[in-house]
Design a protein around this ligand. Structure first.
Ligand code: C2E
Ligand code: CA
Ligand code: CA
Length: 274
């Protein structure tokens, strides 16, 4: 009987934890639902630079100013945002702010050729209204769409790949360009890669981390950069944290760099000062 009692107690405990957890989730989902309306969606920007140190653009990175006052990074809520499809609304808010930045930049000769990269969730990409929303934003702000770059993670192509690629093509016809994010962590074949409307390969930072430790990993990274060029794409490596890494990447022929060595993601005002 003692065993039964213990089992019952355990079950009750598990159930209680589950209820607290789903309660917390529900509350967070409600809060997130209000975030766009309340102006709590912030966008930080991380510079992307060329080998000669010139800035070529920035990546827009989402932040949520939670009602508690804390600034939450996407890792804390992006999963929930995708499951609840709130990411559609949130993604459009990021796009709105990114287009506003491009619009402001277009009036200054020092900034008017800089690009802004915006992350697109697969959930957004499969939304039927995305293409029209993007076209509308471009028209409303009068920006040059070739300065807007959308990033899709390579792993997004593993499910409903054909549908994703069709949407990428449709968006490309509005004038925006594509970058394939976290490249090397998904499973796309070289045959598929050739057919994608992608201008930039963003090589995952894991390859760089390994290349600084291992000779064979260094050769692999060099080959991936070469493959980008053979496919007519630019190579961008993320997660550049040290001078040694930057020098190695320049040696390997990398075109664009992004990472803490150059700058961390920062609010728009700080970016302007930077
Ligand atoms: P990601 O697209 O791969 O973005 C790069 C992440 O690496 C960013 O994290 C950035 O802060 C971080 N990072 C930049 N330089 C370095 C470095 O030198 N070292 C290291 N260790 N990290 C570096 P963040 O801002 O927390 O974003 C995390 C992920 O959330 C992004 O990964 C992206 O997948 C997603 N995300 C961010 N903004 C959006 C958005 O607007 N929409 C969607 N759908 N996803 C977004
Ligand atoms: Ca990205
Ligand atoms: Ca990435």
């Amino acid at each position: 009987r003692a065993n039964t009692t213990i089992s019952m107690a355990l079950l009750a405990a598990i159930f209680a934890i589950y209820r607290i957890d789903s309660g917390r989730r529900l509350r967070m989902e409600r809060e997130l639902g209000r975030a766009v309306r309340n102006g709590d969606i912030e966008v930080h920007y991380q510079p992307q630079v060329r080998g000669n140190g010139m800035v070529s653009g920035v990546e827009a990175l989402l932040r949520w100013r939670h009602p508690s006052g804390r600034l939450l990074s996407p890792e804390a809520f992006i999963h929930l945002a995708e499951e609840s499809t709130l990411i559609r609304e949130i993604g459009l808010e990021v796009l709105r702010q990114a287009c506003e930045l491009l619009q402001a930049w277009s009036t200054d000769p020092r900034t008017r050729s800089l690009r802004v990269a915006v992350n697109i969730s697969p959930v957004q990409l499969l939304d039927d209204s995305l293409v029209a929303s993007v076209a509308q934003r471009i028209q409303a702000t009068g920006i040059d769409p070739s300065l807007l770059e959308f990033e899709l993670t390579e792993s997004a192509l593993s499910t409903e790949g054909a549908a994703m690629i069709a949407r990428m093509d449709a968006l490309e016809s509005t004038g925006v360009s594509w970058a394939l994010d976290d490249f090397g962590t998904g499973y796309s074949s070289l045959a598929t890669l050739r057919t994608l409307p992608v201008r930039t390969l963003k090589i995952d930072r894991q390859f760089l981390a390994e290349a600084t430790r291992q000779e064979s990993a260094q050769r692999l990274l060099g080959k991936i950069i070469e493959i980008s060029h053979v496919m007519g794409m630019d190579a961008l490596v993320e997660g550049v944290e040290t001078r040694e890494q930057r020098d190695l990447l320049i040696h390997l022929g990398c075109d664009h760099f992004q990472g803490y060595l150059f700058a961390r993601p920062m609010p728009r005002a700080a970016l302007h000062a930077w």
